[in-house]
Design a protein around this ligand. Structure first.
Ligand SMILES: *[C@@H]1O[C@H](CO)[C@@H](O)[C@H](O)[C@H]1NC(C)=O
Ligand SMILES: *[C@@H]1O[C@H](CO)[C@@H](O)[C@H](O)[C@H]1NC(C)=O
Ligand SMILES: *[C@@H]1O[C@H](CO)[C@@H](O)[C@H](O)[C@H]1NC(C)=O
Length: 357
């Protein structure tokens, strides 16, 4: 698993925002709290990096086990290979709590927040309130590039990994369709994407017509280390939107006998992205080349994402990164990729589903 070059490095995904991010901070006091939360994120960076490094080592063992012929195999197990962060900070004591190397709370303005929240962004029109299965492999029969997802969740109240919360994800297939929403209604067939404005490039959402489809949708609880891992394919694109994967986090949910669940309390709704450099590579691979808008509207770059969703995901200060940190699973891209991301959520939050259209 080699890093994909300097352009793809980065992406500390512990992004931030106000608890109910869809309520824009307005008063000077609210804006001040927001900015302090943002600033606090930096203090958790070493903790997040160590969290990610441990997860990478674990994947290396899993993926490469029994394949010692791969070049570079042995060196992957050498100490320091995954230490992206040169310094390991000691854990600090504050208010009787050990905070995984985060700056003690007393030095930040927010007394009861030491990490920050990943910005809440719209859930969009393609979520299914019911029918997402509790499973790790969400690919079903969909063709595409193997993509393993390693999604870490940290509680911003403690700066510690958050076990046993349900991470619920959904994404488009290689040619930009969501399960259940395959074709536009007849009245939408000739609709053109909006030109200009916040909805630039967007078509009306395709309605759900195939209720029973479940591919590229699924949810899995975080393990004792606060991580949920999934097997999927790299998502395709559709008009107006940067390539992305949606996520919700439920600390409380009811599993059903048929394998689905009902979400109860919700602490996060957001979207993850990929570096445009990797999107460009995968755009040229089959079946991504079959995307019906490839030669018309083309893929929307992150910076042109409609409704400002990518920009909003960076947080108001623009210093955070909702982009997966990608690594190759084998010697070449076609053998698949693994994407790491860490979310900061407020485990005590109770937010509404939110679709701003
Ligand atoms: C601390 O937490 C309480 C309860 O969650 C909240 O009402 C208060 O605004 C928080 N204080 C700060 C400075 O964030
Ligand atoms: C994506 O889903 C649509 C709708 O089901 C389907 O027509 C298309 O073939 C799928 N793309 C791929 C690459 O399988
Ligand atoms: C699964 O079970 C739940 C709860 O009983 C039910 O609401 C839902 O319709 C079922 N889904 C399917 C696909 O049968």
């Amino acid at each position: 698993m080699r890093a994909l070059g300097s352009a793809l490095i980065a992406s500390l995904a512990l992004v931030t925002s106000f608890v109910a991010a869809h309520q824009e901070p307005k008063t000077p006091e609210e804006i001040e709290v927001q900015r302090a939360l943002q600033a606090a994120a930096y203090h958790c960076a070493p903790a997040v990096e160590r969290f990610t490094a441990a997860r990478k080592r674990s994947w290396a063992r899993k993926v490469l086990a029994g394949r010692p012929e791969l070049p570079g195999y042995q060196e992957l197990f050498n100490a320091g290979v995954y230490d992206d962060e040169p310094e390991t900070l000691p854990a600090t004591e504050s208010d009787g709590q050990t905070l995984m190397g985060c700056t003690p709370v007393s030095t930040t303005k927010i007394q009861n927040n030491t990490c920050v929240l990943t910005p809440v962004t719209t859930e969009g029109p393609y979520y299914h309130e019911a029918g997402h299965l509790i499973r790790q492999n969400i690919a079903e029969e969909q063709d595409g590039l193997l993509l393993l997802l390693d999604i870490g969740v940290i509680d911003v109240n403690t700066c510690k990994p958050l076990p046993n919360v349900l991470v619920d994800i959904w994404q488009a297939n290689a040619t930009g369709h969501y399960a259940g929403h395959p074709l536009p209604k007849p009245e939408h067939v000739n609709t053109k994407p909006q030109v200009g404005g916040k909805r630039n490039g967007l078509l009306p959402p395709f309605p759900r017509t195939v209720q029973e489809e479940t591919w590229l949708r699924g949810a899995w609880p975080t393990d004792e280390n606060g991580v949920a891992q999934f097997t999927s394919i790299f998502p395709g694109y559709y008009t107006g939107r940067a390539t992305h994967i949606h996520a919700k986090v439920f600390p409380e949910w009811t599993p059903h006998e048929n394998g689905t669940f009902s979400g109860k309390r919700l602490v996060h709704v957001g979207q993850f992205f990929f570096d445009d450099d990797i999107n460009i590579v995968i755009d040229k691979m089959h079946p991504y080349t079959e995307n019906p808008i490839r030669n018309t509207y083309g893929r929307t770059r992150n910076w042109r994402d409609s409704l400002n969703i990518f920009e909003d995901s960076l947080g108001p200060e623009g210093k955070y990164n909702p982009i997966f940190k990608m690594h190759l699973l084998g010697g070449v891209v076609r053998q698949g990729l693994i994407g790491y991301i860490t979310m900061g959520v407020d485990a005590n939050a109770d937010i509404d589903n939110w679709w701003k259209g």
